[in-house]
Design a protein around this ligand. Sequence first.
Ligand SMILES: Cc1ncc(C[n+]2csc(CCOP(=O)(O)OP(=O)(O)O)c2C)c(N)n1
Ligand SMILES: [Mg+2]
Length: 275
Amino acid sequence: MHPMMKYIREGTLPTFYCPGCGIGTIQNLFFHAIDELGRDPKTIGVVCGIGCSGLTLSPFFKADTLHTTHGRPIAFATGLKVARPEMEVVVVSGDGDLAGIGGNHLIHAARRNIGLKVFCVNNRIYGNTGGQVAPTTPYGVKTVTTPYGNPEYQFNLAELVAAAGSCYVARWTTDQPVALLNSMKKAFRLRGFSFVEIVSQCPTQYGRRVGLENPIQFLRYFREKSVRYQPEKAEEIRKNLKEDEILVGEFIHRERKELTENLKWLIEEQGGKKE
Ligand SMILES: Cc1ncc(C[n+]2csc(CCOP(=O)(O)OP(=O)(O)O)c2C)c(N)n1
Ligand SMILES: [Mg+2]
């Protein structure tokens, strides 16, 4: 038996993903991350949104997985973390779910520094619903809803969440599995809000519209276009970054007191006091 099968809920394989989808790599890395950390799935609560990426861990992961509504996994996860602060609460969902309809929840969770581990699968499109434009779709790309090319500019998710106050922010593509695995593990070790943006290939809905319908070719594209972030050269790297290049690396790693710790202090230390 495959060593990761112990984490898979019976009857859920094979997955329903298109051939060459990046989500398989992400599932594999997630299971390796908890395995290497020796985590008991009973201590992890997973909250999922709607979309192909929203299904990364639900129904597959044999743990408490809460499948919620489109755009709302962070809101549900906030409730879970506040009610059960000892749980490690993980949110896995897509760019459309977390940054489109759910964008406000994302930035406020980062600002509050609630201890969620958010893994955002950014395939730059609404994949599940047939390839509509997302707030992460690059300028000029043709989608179902932008047949003449996207007239808008995309969000830089990692920088958005870093500016909002996240304790840990990293971005990798599915072509950097070891670095991505390490970032997932780091997110598990940290108490505060952690955000890992995973730029992933969607050969079916995104790739075929930009000439990357072959998944191998897609991964090669990620390799060629990835530029490694170095904090000591941040300004120079950002200045020289081309429109189509992908800045990858760890952008933020800082400690701040986490929201449920602040709430505990409020209840225990201040709860009995009255003005
Ligand atoms: C309130 C609501 N609006 C719209 C939808 C339709 N819908 C389902 S998934 C989705 C987009 C998902 O995109 P993303 O989060 O990027 O996931 P992907 O499928 O690309 O992995 C949309 C618009 C919905 N289910 N609920
Ligand atoms: Mg998407």
